[in-house]
Design a protein around this ligand. Sequence first.
Ligand SMILES: Nc1ncnc2c1ncn2[C@@H]1O[C@H](COP(=O)(O)OP(=O)(O)OP(=O)(O)O)[C@@H](O)[C@H]1O
Length: 608
Amino acid sequence: MEERGNISIHTENIFPIIKKFLYSDHEIFLRELVSNAVDATQKVKRLAAVGEYKGDLGELKVKVAVNKDERTITISDNGIGMTAEEIKKYINQIAFSGASEFVERFKDASGDKDQIIGQFGLGFYSAFMVADRVDIVTKSYQEGAEPARWTCDGSTEFSITDAQKEERGTDVILHIAPDSDEFLETARVRNILDKYCKFLPVPVEFEGEVINNPNPIWTKQPADLTDEDYKNFYKELYPFSEPPLFWIHLNVDYPFNLTGILYFPKIKNDFEIQRNKIQLYSRQVFITDEVKDVVPEFLMLLHGIIDSPDIPLNVSRSFLQADSSVKKINTYITKKVADKLNDIFKKDRETFEKNWNDINVFVKYGMLSDDKFYEKAKDFLLLQNTEGKYYTIEEYKALVQANQTNKSEQLVLLYTTDADKQHAFIEAAQSRSYDVLKLDSVIDSHFIGMLEQKLEKTTLKRVDSETIDKLVERDEAKESVLNDKEKEDLKTAYEQAINNQNMHVEVAPLSPDDAPVVITLPEFMRRMKDMSRTGGGGMMFMGDMPDTYNVTVNANHPLNQRVLNTNGDDQSAVARQAFDLALLSQNMLSGAALTTFVKRSFELMTKE
Ligand SMILES: Nc1ncnc2c1ncn2[C@@H]1O[C@H](COP(=O)(O)OP(=O)(O)OP(=O)(O)O)[C@@H](O)[C@H]1O
């Protein structure tokens, strides 16, 4: 038998167009052909299961072989095979019409062209991206079927002839084109197989070795798996990472089909947050590690695998975002993650607290970016105070309510971003039995703003943003031992001694036990500057402004009596000394200022 024919498609010579389109992603031909081979073996298995195929199934597998001398790559399977008629139907019509449809749809697309490439399975036709001739030698599973050979050089002409083939199945032989020599290198082929075929459900053999794990754990039932299984799989995926904190096994059939495992990685530091660590599969075929539109943004910090045949891969990004199953998948994953965290929190709070440092960024990020997640997470979000104790929001409110409600009925939550630097202020707060929270991760400046918005009648203040009396303002007015004239003199004395426009001096009656001079950076100013630094809120110009501090001089401190009672240089030296000590307690004194301070200290000590 020899038959020649023309493949009826609308566009003549689609090959050069496709080749151009898929320029950067030629390697996917192997994914497509190996997937077809896997499909063929699964089909014959199904036929056997329903009694349609009565022969011996044998050991179902796919083989990939490179012959450098003959310049071929052969993909063989012992699957369902094809008759000559089926070749005409499936290859000539379906495969080629799929390819021409692709060209029709995307030849004018400009913007998102690159994004669809690599995700769009061109199927069998993708072979012509690397081959200038393709042969198919195949024998159908059907009893008495004659083997057939199909040959085509990528043009619209093909030929079908008789062939020799004993075993059921299909060999696809690619005659590699001169510009695709790289695919004749076994290392390159192994690499591609490793990337796309690692978890295909049927053994794939290359150079005498099975290169895949056909039964990855996400396809199994959670009840059949141990913690070790999950940890080992993580190691298989990310050989160089530290063990994960915990994981979630995703498994849903309706209204969409999705399986997978998401891991919470151990984050070493805030700067090492890694994205693109979730791999997207479709029926165990690797598709991409760009899951941006499938997984909510904040969950991109997780690692692992999602396998869903319901994610449309042949559409553009913007379409994907609007796709209803993608939206449902998003919601489902968010809910599962929140439920899992809640579960650990409820069942094992100790573990939850132990891991809080690693997961807090991720939980806060989620709360900031997704209202639904916020609603769930607000019950297990933990706040840590300077003593290292953890509280939920409700627990914390109950703890501080009595002592930290101000005269306008606002609950004031105090926090520190650096317990070491702000030690003097923390100590002052503790002396009033105030509690201080530690909010020191990169995300906390945004998180603080969100808490204020969500929690009613609640303000957050950094512990060094005001003098202790003003942090939680009460009605009781403090008596000052100085009269107005003395206060004015004291203010002038300090202003002259400090001599810096960015230091706003003010005299206030604090307790005699409080420090004589306190330097604070107002909460509002600091937040504006933080925002401009992180690029939000249109406050860019503020980033360049110098910090403006409030210098509060304690009218009731005995040292300030002494400042008032001295004159000239002596007065200036004592005031400056008190101011420098305030700077020093906040780690703000350095360089020449520090040297001057040390010299002055010795002089003052010598004088006494
Ligand atoms: N190794 C094979 N064994 C048996 N049939 C095959 C084989 N490869 C391809 N086919 C047949 O050719 C058809 C067309 O293949 P092609 O890869 O172009 O499209 P597809 O697999 O249907 O879809 P996709 O675009 O997702 O790959 C297949 O549906 C299948 O019937």
